[in-house]
Design a protein around this ligand. Structure first.
Ligand code: ARG
Length: 493
């Protein structure tokens, strides 16, 4: 948004109603302080919150039945218009909450003025944000679950492709591509846990906290919480209205998912270079160069990395926004909107991009195997074979080091060093020990828990599938906005 002029009310014609009690504020400043440009994206969440509030006011005797019916009808109608994309909140207002109230008052007259009893915009905005974060977190978990399922499939498919693992970006030890894909999935599962925590933390109703200390009106916060399918209510009004920890959790979780994707993306970007050439990039996802006809670029994965930067930016802006605020509400909190609203679509877009692009990547099994065929990456396996024969590890390490040195001196691969020469270094070397120079043998022997042996990778894949399933189960309990609207509308009054 252009911060100099407000696009929703360029002439500065904001807050024409006296509902906020500041009709005399300088119009340009009023326009500049408006959050409507951003929080109009939260209109459906806000309308659902208001529908629950009205229903509760009626249940506790603060609203006549006819008034409650009129208000609910108007709120649901606006929700449906918002869903269809036809809702017009044309009047310049300070924020979406005032815009809705202004419209209700225009439509319903005096009845519209009854809506805001026992509530403040401070708890109202917290409510809209919490519904938004819960919904976005659930949708994100659905995408993560899909990606994990895809990664599990892929890991199974690639369980026999052998390639080097890297430490310090230097060839280290042979692994399978299935094991690498399972590693990507593990990082994603931890990120999913952060999303799951963010969902749970957002899942408490703040409504009824009022401006900062509760209300003297006989409201029932639990009724609102139950209608909006929250797990419970927040416990201290003053804390609640200035609390954006659930937004910190959400932007942190979003950044975690994006970081997991970014690291996967870097592997892909590296492995599709002609220097590595472990992965072939399909034409369907390769971008060209406007000048260099030979180029097949992994732009999708580079953009995944850049989205991660934006995700970290969202988290950082929230951390800095909250830092140093006094207890209670401060208008600074209004500027949480960009970071919150950006995070969900940003994260899900990147998740979908990676899932869609992955199927157009093919491991070059032969090239991968060749990268570990000279035997050098199996030096540790040779040393461990000596340990199995009873040598102390340090002695085995030294003997194998001498073997590596000898092969280098002779200008041959470790894998082709004759047994007789090996025995001049140490008489513990025999055919069985040198057999582990075959990378496939070395991989098969890594049977320790969490290792790269195929049966271990199968266990890891099983775990990935289980987590994908758990995530998809968890989100069954989170209502989508449309479902919430239906269940709220079915509450008879
Ligand atoms: N527009 C504000 C926001 O989005 C809500 C209004 C807060 N309350 C107030 N008295 N200014 O956070």
């Amino acid at each position: 948004m252009n911060e100099e002029t407000c696009p929703v009310c360029p002439e500065g014609n904001v807050a024409r109603t006296d509902a906020t009690g500041r009709a005399e504020m300088v119009p340009e400043l009023l326009a500049w302080t408006s959050s409507l440009a951003h929080d109009r994206s939260l209109v459906r969440e806000d309308l659902l919150g208001s529908a629950a509030h009205v229903t509760m006011l009626h249940q506790v005797g603060l609203l006549e039945t006819a008034d409650a019916q009129a208000l609910r009808g108007a709120l649901f109608a606006m929700f449906d218009e918002a869903t269809a994309g036809t809702l017009v909140l044309a009047d310049g207002e300070e924020d979406v909450h005032m815009a809705i109230e202004a419209r209700l008052t225009r439509e319903l007259g005096q009845v519209g003025k009854r809506l805001h009893a026992a509530r403040s915009r401070n708890d109202q905005v917290a409510l809209a944000l919490r519904i938004h974060v819960r919904d976005q977190a659930a949708r994100t978990l659905a995408e993560v679950s899909n990606l994990l399922t895809e990664l599990a499939e892929r890991a199974t498919m690639e369980r026999d492709v052998v390639l080097p693992a890297y430490t310090h970006r230097q060839r280290a030890q042979p692994i399978t591509a299935g094991f690498l894909v399972a590693a990507w999935a593990n990082q994603m599962m931890r990120a999913a846990q952060a999303v799951s925590v963010a969902l749970d933390r957002a899942n408490e109703s703040p409504l009824g906290c009022g401006a900062c200390s509760g209300t003297s009106l006989p409201i029932d916060r639990d009724v609102v919480a139950a209608m909006l399918q929250f797990n419970g209510t927040t416990s201290n009004a003053l804390d609640t209205i200035g609390d954006r920890d659930f937004v910190l959790d959400w932007t942190w979780a979003g950044a975690r998912v994006l970081l997991a994707l970014a690291r996967l993306a870097t592997d892909v970007i590296d492995f599709t270079t002609s220097e590595f050439a472990f992965l072939k990039i399909g034409d369907a996802i390769a971008a060209g160069s406007s000048m260099m006809p030979q180029k097949k670029n992994p732009d999708v994965f580079e953009l995944v990395r850049s989205k991660a930067s934006r995700g970290v930016g969202n988290l950082t802006s929230m951390l800095v926004l909250v830092k140093g605020l006094p207890t209670g509400y401060a208008r600074d909190l209004q500027d949480d909107r960009q970071a919150v609203l950006d995070t969900g679509p940003l994260v899900r877009g990147a998740l979908r991009a990676v899932r869609g692009a992955m199927i157009h990547l093919a491991f070059d099994a032969e090239r991968c195997l060749r990268a570990v065929s000279d035997g050098s990456t199996q030096a540790t396996d040779v040393a461990e074979a000596l340990v199995r024969k009873g040598l102390p590890f340090r002695e085995a390490y030294k003997a194998t080091g001498q073997l590596v040195h000898l092969a280098r001196e002779r200008g041959i691969d470790l894998a082709t060093l004759p047994l007789a020469d090996a025995r001049t270094v140490h008489d513990a070397f025999d055919a069985a020990v040198l057999a582990v120079l075959d990378p496939r043998v070395a991989v098969a022997a890594k049977k320790s828990a969490g290792g790269t042996a195929p049966e271990r990778v199968d266990e890891q894949i099983g775990n990935v599938r289980a987590v994908a399933y758990e995530l998809s189960e968890k989100i069954q309990n989170v209502p989508q906005l449309e479902e919430l609207r239906r269940s709220l509308a079915s509450v008879s009054i």
